[in-house]
Design a protein around this ligand. Structure first.
Ligand SMILES: [Zn+2]
Length: 140
């Protein structure tokens, strides 16, 4: 069987499927690392298994895909014209779960940072990451 994908492409596809280590999340992690922030990833013992956790700052970061998490007024959140109801149901379930997760984390005293995939696109990424960094500065 011929495999048209390079190894890199394939592992990227796989990570997309599992919803872990997605490219937008890696962008944030690389930035944090470069700026000397220590973090943990996919922390299972916190509600919602946050993508990135910074224990020192009692902060969790969720990197949300605009489509799957229903980013309001975002051009990347377009509900498919077929099986619309099914998609809406799925996405709304994700939104509700996000809210429940956030409520639990806030109760435990965590600060939550949500970063949307669209804010990590080329035109916006610099401002997004700078704002993220500055938000930690305020806490210090
Ligand atoms: Zn978006």
């Amino acid at each position: 069987m011929t495999d048209v994908h390079s190894k890199e492409t394939r592992s990227y596809n796989m990570s997309k499927i599992k919803g872990k280590d997605t490219a937008p999340e890696l962008l944030v992690r690389t930035f944090l690392h470069k700026n000397g922030f220590r973090y943990r990833i996919h922390v299972n013992d916190l509600p919602g298994k946050p993508d990135i956790v910074l224990p020192k700052y009692k902060t969790v970061i969720f990197v949300h895909g605009c489509f799957w998490h229903g980013h309001e007024d975002c051009k990347y959140y377009v509900v498919p014209k077929t099986r619309t109801e099914w998609w809406l149901n799925k996405i709304n379930t994700n939104i509700i779960n996000d809210q429940i997760t956030q409520g639990k984390l806030i109760e435990k005293g965590w600060r939550i940072v949500e970063i949307w995939e669209c804010d990590l696109k080329k035109v916006k990424i610099e401002a997004t990451l700078l704002a993220l960094k500055e938000s930690f500065g305020i806490i210090k």
